[in-house]
Design a protein around this ligand. Sequence first.
Ligand SMILES: Cc1cc2nc3c(=O)[nH]c(=O)nc-3n(C[C@H](O)[C@H](O)[C@H](O)COP(=O)(O)OP(=O)(O)OC[C@H]3O[C@@H](n4cnc5c(N)ncnc54)[C@H](O)[C@@H]3O)c2cc1C
Length: 429
Amino acid sequence: MITTEIQLPVMLQAGDPGYDEARTVWNAMIERRPAVIARCASTAEVAAAVRYGRSRSLEIGVRCGGHNIAGLAVPDGGLMIDLTPMGAVRVDPVRRLAWVQGGALLGELDRAAQEHGLATTAGNVSHTGVGGLTLGGGMGWLARRYGLACDNVVSYEVVTADGEVVRAAADENPELFWGLRGGGGNFGIVTSFEFRLHAVGTSTVVADFAFSADEGFAVLAGWRELSATAPREATFTAYVAGDVVRVGFVWVGDPVAGASLLPALRGLGSVVEEDVREMSYLTLQTRDDNVQGHRYRRYWKGHYFTSLPDEALRALLRNPGIGASLQSYGGAIADVPDADAAFGHRDTAFEFVTATRWEDPADDAERIATVRAYAAGLEPYASGAYVNTLNGEPVRRAFPAAKLARLRALKTVWDPANVFHLNQNISPS
Ligand SMILES: Cc1cc2nc3c(=O)[nH]c(=O)nc-3n(C[C@H](O)[C@H](O)[C@H](O)COP(=O)(O)OP(=O)(O)OC[C@H]3O[C@@H](n4cnc5c(N)ncnc54)[C@H](O)[C@@H]3O)c2cc1C
């Protein structure tokens, strides 16, 4: 254990400059007021903030990118440990490693690594936090080649519930290392992630084909078959909204090789609209930043599927006019033995998310009900859900029973009082 000096961070309270900005998160439905916000700039300050909160029995929330759909980072009346001042990224291009502070956003990691033609698996909207995304697993366009974000973490620096600092890696606190790889923010506050980087270059291809509505089923069925044999450079994507059906893929690597997949997709039906673009990796990683911007009210539900039977495709096509997307898994995600990490569903073939955004609070009930009803229609075919898309469902959707039991035992060791419970909570056993 590394002991730290008492060094309190800047503390903000209601009325202080910056307080409202710091408590505002991605989903505009979240309106909570922490009693105090600790703006932490170092590991020692995080440790001091944990001790401060515990000594005053304050409920503790941990904020990185603020993208959790339910706003779990923001406690009402409690202490928000705000990691956003800790956004630094350092890259060693020779050893292909990156050290990323616990409050960094994905864009900071991508930009620093791409200066050297390197990258690691990260999500596809650059203002998402490295912290929450990686601790829950971390799906991105490189995952089928290199595994989830958590599969690329070599070590973590963690502030525990007792305010102590420990390191977790394969050879140091290995059970904690296991739990941090997909178990969410349950076991401590990660102040630094050490990531493995890969020489991916800077080129990508994004392909998107829209088909006429009456061909929707045949197109999706054909896309499903093509995705099963796709090279790992390709992540297959599909999008349904009302009677719009679009399928395609994102390819990270040599664009010429990526283009070889185009004829098969084109041949799935009568293409109404085609959009095939080469773009830089950094453009790919930021292209949805605006549409996924901060000022909207949001609601979503997600499922994992190990297969997509025809009935599931029909349920997908009974779409009430809200966006629903599918993204293929497999490849290197499934290569990792299931027992090696806490992440729950390595055998996932497709992730489904249906999401809506709106601005008028008067529409809340209707929007939420529509998403719930649509997602419920697909639930019979689902194997579970991604812990980072859970939105009110029990955590057992993200972890099979045996894994959940192991996670509970780990929680009992590292956080028996459940200090860190504003997350997809694994209660101590
Ligand atoms: C626009 C958008 C795009 C997304 N795209 C993807 C994607 O491509 N791939 C994917 O896998 N997921 C994606 N997600 C889901 C995302 O992984 C989750 O929303 C995740 O919770 C976001 O993490 P955050 O740090 O931004 O959120 P926050 O709300 O800041 O944190 C969420 C929770 O994570 C924990 N936490 C965060 N940082 C730390 C830390 N350093 N130490 C300990 N605990 C911590 C806390 O428990 C906190 O409550 C996306 C979400 C959004 C809103």
